[in-house]
Design a protein around this ligand. Structure first.
Ligand code: SAH
Length: 219
């Protein structure tokens, strides 16, 4: 794990990254502030420290990546979060997106299927003072005992409609997911209307690692 030191240099680089996200069309100020508040370099192994504030995705081990900052900003904006909302994230990974959701004032629940990533994220987020509920398991099942949720976000590509998860969404709730089984997916927002019907909209193309079934302790 990287040393927990947030220098002026890191803060300056982060500010530049936020300016770039703004130029790229992210205009939700609360999301920009949240990204400005989370030291992304804590989430990368020391080999990548120099590049922590480049607008890029990175390997975090066991074949997984920390999402691109633009992707995190985009998904966070699409969630239209209000403080205090219950949010379920599928794919904790490095924990960076989870930290951004915590900064936005959400009550965050997050599931990761790779044991080593779950353990690393838990340690780091605790050290940083965030208090999400983290779970080691299969995201396809969701967390029925903790639901229903105001918002659900997938940070891995979803190959088929996650029926189980739609059942855990509150009426009026939103689910944000990269949908598709190819290399490129469409960012899809599903809204559960108050009458229980679902409305979908699409927000550009992204490239995520695929969602995989069952949990694993490999890596
Ligand atoms: N939100 C992360 C992005 C991680 S990449 C971040 O900010 O760093 C996607 C993650 O989804 C990977 O860690 C992968 O292990 C996880 N994943 C894939 N299939 C899953 C499943 N069925 N349940 C839970 N997590 C899953």
């Amino acid at each position: 794990m990287a040393m927990l030191e947030d220098s002026y240099r890191h803060k300056g680089l982060r500010k530049k990254l936020v300016d770039e996200l703004k130029r790229m069309g992210i205009n939700d100020q609360r999301v920009l502030d949240a990204i400005n508040s989370v030291p992304r370099h804590y989430f990368l192994s020391s080999a990548f420290l120099e590049f922590a504030y480049d607008n890029k995705a990175f390997q975090i081990g066991v074949g997984q990546t920390i999402s691109h900052p633009f992707t995190v900003a985009m998904q966070s904006s699409l969630l239209q979060l209000e403080p205090g909302m219950k949010v379920l994230e599928i794919g904790t990974g490095s924990g960076f997106q989870c930290a951004v959701l915590c900064e936005l004032g959400a009550k965050v629940f997050s599931i990761e299927r790779q044991r080593v990533l779950y353990v690393n994220a838990k340690n780091l987020l605790e050290k940083m003072g965030y208090k999400p509920y983290l779970s080691y398991g299969d995201g396809f099942k969701g967390l029925p005992a903790m639901g229903p949720f105001d918002r659900i976000i997938f940070t891995c590509a979803v190959p088929k409609l996650p029926e189980e998860l739609l059942l855990q969404l509150k009426p009026g709730g939103l689910l944000v997911m990269p949908f598709g089984d190819g290399d490129v997916q469409k960012m899809m927002v599903v809204k559960e209307e108050e009458d229980g019907s679902f409305a979908t909209s699409y927000h550009g193309e992204f490239s995520f690692v695929p969602m995989l079934e069952k949990r694993t302790s490999a890596g």
